[in-house]
Design a protein around this ligand. Structure first.
Ligand code: GLC
Length: 715
């Protein structure tokens, strides 16, 4: 429909119809039972039945037949036959579930993120979905926050690359295309910096830090064409995001020229009252509409107060028309006026959901997202090894992780997959780990029974971690160790003289230092989705040489948090010297247990011949990488840069590039990086984005700690 028709439509709509179009309600209000839990608190919303036909969108209702029926019913009831927008949290898969986003970021392969999003788009659009509340690109530095699982991690550069790939996967060149859906970037902004790692807590960030670290990945999503922006729950620098003109007018609309649609998070407009910014419903509506939040998700202040605000001259109709225009344009961009059902097709659903090709892509992502953190030669498992497997994830098929709302249960467990791969497996102490929400904090101690059962096993595989329901939204933790009996299992098996492989299933970096002395090999398995068991077995059996690298630091202890690699030097840096007056802990190293970019493989790759040159102002760096092993490997060569002196202090290093190189046994390759001035820019004290000539450290290595460094002056 052309734009003149949109304007005509707006002119023909009553204010009640406009305010309803700006409201998003759960399908419960449409008299249907959603087949998933609500994703937020269900307050009593005084919606009159007369409003329903005018509501603009609904969320998290799935299924081609159901959505075709709902769309038919409501497009007919709507006085202007405006179609509903069907939005959903399709985060890391729809029916074929890929690894959690934090895990996929550890693959350092944007193709995995893109494939995951493209598969999710094709499967969910066949089920009638038009738009996904994804990708979440909140930068994170605090694993106490349960939502780190949804994030690409602690680095702005990697976050931008993964976020861009996700938007491309969801939307393709045009989300109107069959099999594509619109993408909504979230949560704008700074949600990952919630104080204390406690969800929904407030955020205090200097504008310099906000712009330098937290904003780039949201901008990357918009540069990739994301159609929508979602507010965040947090107050940021004193003002809730959902009423924050600095974010949604100054930065998003005026500076970034975003002309798409915005939406509040779940009841976040209402929370401007609870937070103490809005005195009442009227102010909540006024504050959020004026800030530029087009759609109010799951609260009804717009519908209940918008008309009175306009009649009392407290709110301009212009702002309401602005919001409605953004919403109708989005529906028009998706072709919904011509085809309100878009790709909903029960036959296509059956053909696409969990199809072989999708599962193959999910398995590739799973293999590449797990991270080998320790291996004293115990892995890969030798054929014929007799494995004693224990722990709550030995027999579990619940390995999709959070935000897999429409997923069916996984098909295989790790113990079953290992048996199918030809290993002889004995299982013991494999009872489930309940959820902390249900006040269950440990597994049953059956270590004596396990010791007996494993007496003639060659090694023990401890499949441990945290309950998947204890990660994600509203799942903050103050302690990050494995539960006592999970730690005891590992310790007792080692003390019984058995080699121990520990496989950790978690949605966040856990505190693994206590078990490190008792485990001979340590594999961070995250929650890898539908193909978790096959992907992990590919690694454990040696069919795949692990290539994952950490996208988020693992702390020595929770007391160290926040700990991240791109930190500042301080005026009293600690390098292990004996001085007292330096920036250090008396009882813990400054470095994380495992740093950003870290990961092992079954190969040994040597870095040599590192050189940096500056020719006619063009700076380049190169290094030779040699696979000194008998196993092919995928090596992620990482480029870091440090601006030694600048008008604001700069991090000791920042990731500015990485290249993944396949290396056959004995193969060597020279890896080159071009270093542009753009890569060296930063926000100065006046918040200008500038390059300043000076001395730089150029670093190339296999992770953020193990690097080769050269200094160079760049004009
Ligand atoms: C939730 C989440 C958000 C999600 C939305 C809709 O509260 O914060 O990420 O997209 O509500 O389910």
């Amino acid at each position: 429909m052309d734009n003149s028709k949109i304007e005509e439509l707006i002119n023909n709509m009553t204010i009640e119809e406009k305010l309803a179009q700006m409201t998003q309600l759960s399908p419960v209000f449409f008299g249907v039972e959603p087949d998933i839990d609500l994703t937020g608190p269900m307050e009593e919303l005084n919606i009159s039945p007369a409003d329903l036909p005018n509501i603009g969108s609904t969320l998290n209702y799935f299924g081609a037949e159901k959505l075709i029926h709902l769309q038919k019913e409501y497009t007919e009831k709507n006085p202007h036959h405006i179609p509903l927008l069907f939005m959903a949290d399709v985060i890391h898969g729809y029916k074929t579930i890929f690894p959690i986003p934090l895990a996929m970021s550890c693959s350092f392969n944007p193709e995995n993120y893109k494939n995951a999003s493209a598969v999710a788009a094709s499967e969910s659009s066949a089920s009638g979905i038009h738009l996904t509340f994804s990708p979440m690109s909140d930068l994170v530095r605090d694993p106490r926050w349960g939502r780190v699982m949804e994030s690409p991690g602690e680095d702005p550069y990697l976050n931008c690359i993964m976020t861009e790939a996700a938007v491309q996967g969801f939307q393709g060149d045009d989300p109107k295309q069959k099999g594509k859906i619109a993408s909504c970037i979230k949560h704008f902004a700074g949600y990952g910096a919630s104080e204390g790692g406690r969800d929904y807590n407030w955020v205090e960030l200097s504008e310099n830090t906000l712009r330098q670290f937290y904003l780039p990945s949201y901008k990357a999503a918009l540069d990739a064409g994301a159609k929508m922006v979602m507010t965040s729950f947090n107050v940021i620098n004193g003002v809730p995001s959902s009423a924050n003109k600095k974010l949604f007018q100054d930065i998003l609309r005026n500076e970034w020229k975003f002309n798409g649609c915005t939406i509040s998070d779940f009841a976040a407009v209402d929370e401007t009252i609870i937070n103490g910014l809005s005195a009442n419903s009227e102010e909540a509506a006024k504050n959020s509409i004026e800030a530029g939040v087009d759609i109010e998700m799951m609260s009804t202040h717009y519908i209940n107060c918008g008309k009175q605000l306009v009649e009392d001259g407290k709110l301009s109709m212009e702002l309401i028309d602005r919001a409605v225009r953004n919403i109708l344009n989005l529906k028009n961009d998706l072709g919904l006026f011509e085809n309100p059902f878009k790709d909903a097709d029960p036959e296509e659903e059956k053909r696409l959901h969990l199809c072989k090709h999708h599962r193959e892509l999910a398995r590739q992502a799973a293999r590449q997202s797990a991270v080998l953190l320790k291996n004293n030669g115990l892995l890969p498992l030798k054929p014929g090894t007799k494995i004693g497997i224990a722990g709550p994830f030995a027999d579990s098929t619940d390995t999709s992780g959070g935000w897999a709302l429409a997923a069916d249960r996984n098909t295989s467990s790790l113990s079953l997959a290992l048996q199918e791969r030809g290993f002889s497996v004995v299982t013991a102490m494999s009872g489930p780990l309940g959820s902390m929400e249900d006040q269950i904090f440990d597994i049953e101690d059956q270590t004596p029974q396990a010791e007996k059962a494993f007496a003639d096993c060659d090694l023990i595989l401890a499949a441990v971690g945290e309950n998947p329901r204890d990660t994600g939204e509203a799942c903050s933790r103050a302690y990050l160790r494995l539960s006592p009996n999970q730690e005891k299992l590992i310790r007792k098996m080692k003390e019984a003289g058995k080699p121990v492989v520990t496989v950790v299933f978690s949605g966040r970096p856990l505190e693994l230092k206590p078990i490190l002395p008792y485990t001979d090999a340590l594999l961070q398995a995250w929650f890898l989705g539908t193909e978790s068991a096959s992907g992990l077995t590919d690694i454990l059996s040696g069919d795949y040489n692990p290539s994952g690298r950490l996208a988020m630091s693992f702390p020595q202890t929770v007391g160290q948090i926040p700990v991240y690699y791109n930190h500042y030097r301080t005026g009293r840096p600690y390098y292990g010297q004996k001085d007292h007056y330096v920036s250090k802990y008396l009882d813990c190293p400054n470095e994380p247990l495992f740093p950003f970019g870290y990961g092992l493989s079954y190969s040994h790759v040597e870095y040599s011949d590192f050189s940096v040159r500056c020719e006619e102002g063009n700076v380049s760096a190169e290094i030779t990488v040699t696979n000194n092993s008998s196993v092919s490997t995928l090596e992620t060569v990482q480029l870091y840069i440090h601006d030694c002196v600048a008008s604001v202090v700069r991090p000791v290093k920042e990731l500015k590039g990485f290249q993944q190189e396949e290396l056959k046994p004995g193969e060597k390759k020279t890896v080159r990086f071009k270093i542009t001035k753009d890569m060296l820019k930063f926000y100065n004290q006046k918040l200008e984005y500038v390059f300043e000539p000076g001395e730089f450290e150029i670093m190339i290595g296999k992770n953020s700690q193990d690097v080769n460094t050269k200094r160079i002056w760049i004009n």
